[in-house]
Design a protein around this ligand. Structure first.
Ligand SMILES: *Cc1c(COP(=O)(O)O)cnc(C)c1O
Length: 380
């Protein structure tokens, strides 16, 4: 053995694009926080989940499906779910793609569309995977900053889109700010997006915003357009199925769906997840109740935090982006000690912000109490 050679490890095999990526930050582990705080009930506000749970019809459908055994692969096309989605939206099932979460579809889109060196445009602050997946493919990612007060900067978007991106990731409403683009603002983005780019509208929180007449339904806004687009939605948030991992996309044309089918792992959505999603779609009353209760809590908690002097971005979602005025990492650690998990934001310029999805009114009161205490005690 030559002692001057460095030891061989797998590190030398890793592609440069991958080696340079930050890991995904899922937030603190609930078991760790339970151990640290001694809390019997950890309040998890870090992943924008539904605190009220899924429709009872979901459990029933999954149980019935499991009774048939689990030894067979699921339907690789998710026919029944794709047809249910298509029928509810007036779109042929051939233009619906299913994903192991809509994150899976973000990844497939990058694999199918992005060449090394391509430009991808998205938002800042934004959803980390809108940047990570393009970078895995060797893309350059330009993040368009928000305007003052977290508004939409139409000029900055127009300039970024004029450079000629291959792919545009736009979340509406936006994660982490909770802000939404209005009908007019979305129209401006669409008009400025070159037809040589794929426009991806990520509506993970659309169900929460839909009651607002200013909120544009992405599918309605895009469906008549003769250009490439895809609208992504998920069962993880308002439908309360995060544990099953199922999301979907509605595309401008079948050629895009066929490309995604070529790159995706063939059985990407498991059978219980397909059954769960069909059942969840069938219980729109449960969805409406989740949305109603969430909106009440968003309004109530926003008022209370603002009353305590904190800056809170107006939210069209189930989470709040809150300026704590101090290191968000420190605030998050103090909350952990009280058995509460939020996401400390780390994007440059937002290191004093936390993102907290809301829970039940009781949990939210505990959160408001702890946060205001942390944020007032060292102010004097
Ligand atoms: C949560 C989220 C998703 C998708 O989550 P899945 O669980 O993978 O469906 C997609 N986009 C944004 C912006 C999100 O916040």
């Amino acid at each position: 053995m030559n002692p001057t050679l460095a030891p061989v490890t797998s590190a030398s095999l890793i592609r440069g694009e991958v080696a340079g990526l930050p890991g995904y930050d899922p937030g603190a582990d609930p078991d760790d926080v339970a151990a640290l705080s001694g809390a019997a009930h950890v309040i998890k506000l870090s992943n924008n989940e539904n605190p009220y749970g899924a429709s009872p019809a979901v459990t029933e459908a999954v149980r019935a499906g499991l009774a048939g055994g689990v030894s067979r692969y699921p339907d690789p096309t998710g026919k029944r779910l794709a047809e249910t989605i298509g029928a509810s939206l007036g779109v042929p099932a051939e233009r619906v793609v299913l994903g192991n979460g809509s994150e899976n579809i973000l990844e497939l889109l990058c694999q199918a569309v992005v060449d090394p060196g391509d430009l991808v445009v998205t938002q800042a602050p934004g959803f980390s995977l809108h940047e990570t997946f393009p970078r895995v493919m060797g893309a350059r990612v330009h993040k368009v900053p928000v305007a003052a007060e977290f508004g939409f900067d139409a000029d900055a978007w127009r300039d970024a889109l004029a450079v000629g991106p291959k792919l545009v990731f736009l979340a509406n409403p936006c994660n982490p700010t909770g802000a939404m683009l209005t009908v007019g603002e979305l129209e401006r983005v669409v008009a400025a997006t070159p037809e040589s780019a794929l426009l991806v509208l990520d509506e993970a929180y659309g169900e929460f915003a839909r009651a607002d007449p200013e909120y544009p339904d992405g599918l309605e806004a895009l469906r008549a357009l003769d250009r490439p687009w895809i609208v992504l939605r998920t069962f993880s948030k308002a439908y309360g199925l995060a544990g099953f991992r199922v999301g979907y996309g509605i595309a401008s044309d079948t050629a895009l769906i066929q490309a995604l089918d070529r790159v995706r792992t063939p059985y990407n959505v498991n059978r219980p997840a397909q059954d769960a999603a069909v059942a969840a779609l069938g219980d729109q009353a449960h969805l409406a109740e989740t949305v109603r209760r969430t909106a009440l809590e968003i309004a109530r908690v926003t008022d209370r935090l603002r009353g305590a002097g904190l800056r809170v971005v107006p939210s069209s979602t189930n989470f709040l982006f809150i300026d704590t005025g101090r290191s968000s990492d420190r605030v998050a650690r103090e909350l952990h000690r009280a058995g509460i998990i939020v996401k400390a934001w780390r994007e440059p310029g937002y290191e004093t912000y936390i993102r907290a999805s809301l829970s039940t009114p009781e949990d939210n009161d505990v959160f408001v109490g702890c946060l205001t205490e942390i944020c007032t005690k060292d102010m004097t």
